[in-house]
Design a protein around this ligand. Structure first.
Ligand code: NAD
Length: 376
């Protein structure tokens, strides 16, 4: 029977359902289970921003700390029109699990602002980020909660958060964010770390399955900070990337796509769509393609009870957070598709974020040669 939670596609209900199932499977003590069902702290803020037109718009932002038991809370900041408190709660809880899986001394957190950055000028984005930071200042800090990039945020946004926090303290505090520019104390190797971690996990999964990456047909949803790095690295390893999609649609070429050329096209027009050596496909069509490996690297709720039965991949590696609903998970399992969950597959980002935080706290910065093997 389909549970209500699956139909409503609420990531928080999905996360709770996953927690309940695992708690039962591992005989989790009831008081711990009960505690983990509730985020430790949540903050909803109004963010008034003077727009370039001189009008004032008020945006809504969130910061949720799911757990601060293992150490400071850690998690990205997302700018997207569809951000909701329930989405941020789910992402914060998944961060707690992710940090536990890779043994980092952090609890989980997440933040977000309901906005469409594509419609904001750089100056508006800066004012929004600085005001959001001022509003969540009471929660964040190097020993309390450390934001990082997520969907539609980047090293520039982290630099604004760090600067706003530092101005408030009266001195520079690099440890308050990770994923910042290297000149401000960011870590070498952080930028591609999530994608590199996805590929590292994928190659090890293939090794476990006694298979090689050479010639494997890969379908990829999302060509942003994570997806584009995954595509580049897999291409270098000898995989054949046959399809890539973004929010406005995708491209397909059974002979394979060259990610570097696709990126050059994206830089020119803002999307992979329209790339000359491929045909257009929709996101729904992408999930129906026959392939060896499917990598969702976009957003939540992409693989659902509606499209899971059409998936023809042998292996799914979750680069995005929460791309598969719990009911879709069951369908994929019944179909015998091997899955690598998000909390393992995309943990490379938070792992190198941890290295960045340690370097910032020590004021002692490592070379890329030192960092890359540590990610493995
Ligand atoms: P990004 O903003 O750089 O890129 C997002 C990509 O997804 C873009 O190509 C966009 O067009 C596409 N997309 C968005 N909505 C879509 C939709 N409805 N259908 C199809 N495509 C869509 O974001 P990112 O940092 O690459 O993050 C991607 C995923 O990876 C997210 O789930 C994020 O939480 C997760 N993640 C990111 C990091 C990180 O370090 N950036 C770390 C761990 C997990």
């Amino acid at each position: 029977m389909i549970k209500v939670e699956d139909k409503v596609r609420n990531p928080w209900q999905h996360a709770l359902q996953q927690l309940d199932e695992i708690a039962e499977r591992i005989n989790l003590e009831p008081w711990i289970h009960k505690k983990l069902r509730h985020p430790r702290r949540e903050l909803t803020v109004s963010i008034p921003v003077r727009m370039d037109s001189e009008e004032v718009e008020v945006f809504t932002g969130y910061r949720v700390q799911h757990s601060i038991t293992p150490g400071p809370a850690k998690g990205g900041v997302r700018y997207h029109p569809d951000v909701t408190l329930d989405e941020i709660r789910a992402l914060a809880m998944w961060m707690t699990w992710k940090c536990a899986v890779v043994g980092l001394p952090y609890g989980g957190a997440k933040g977000g602002v309901v906005c469409d950055p594509a419609k904001l000028s750089q100056a508006e984005l800066e004012r929004l980020t600085r005001r959001y930071t001022s509003e969540i200042l009471i929660m964040i800090g190097p020993e309390r909660d450390i934001p990082a990039p997520d969907i539609n945020t980047n090293s520039q946004v982290m630099a604004w958060i760090m600067d706003t926090y530092s101005v408030d303290r009266g001195y520079s505090v690099p440890g308050v964010v990770t994923g910042k520019p290297v000149v401000l104390g960011g870590s070498l190797g952080r930028e591609g770390a999530t994608g590199r971690g996805v590929v590292f996990t994928l190659l090890n999964t293939l090794k476990y399955l006694n298979q090689s990456i050479e010639g494997k047909q890969v379908v990829l949803q999302g060509f942003g900070k994570v997806g584009s790095v995954v595509a580049h690295l897999l291409y270098k390893e000898g995989a054949k990337i046959i399809a890539i999609s973004e929010v406005d649609g995708g491209i397909y070429n059974p002979k394979g796509l060259d990610p570097e050329k696709v990126m050059a096209h994206k830089k020119e027009v803002g999307s992979v769509v329209g790339y000359r050596d491929a045909e257009f496909i929709t996101n729904e069509e992408l999930f129906r393609l026959k392939c060896d490996i499917l990598i969702p690297a976009a957003t939540e709720n992409q693989i659902t009870e509606e499209n899971a039965s059409h998936i023809k991949a042998n292996l799914i590696v979750e680069a995005a957070n929460g791309p598969t609903t719990p009911l879709a998970d069951k369908i994929l399992k019944e179909k015998g598709i091997f899955g690598v969950p998000d909390i393992l597959a995309n943990a490379g980002g938070v792992t190198v974020s941890y290295f960045e935080w340690v370097q910032g706290m020590q004021g002692y910065f490592w070379s890329e040669r030192e960092i890359k093997p540590l990610l493995g």
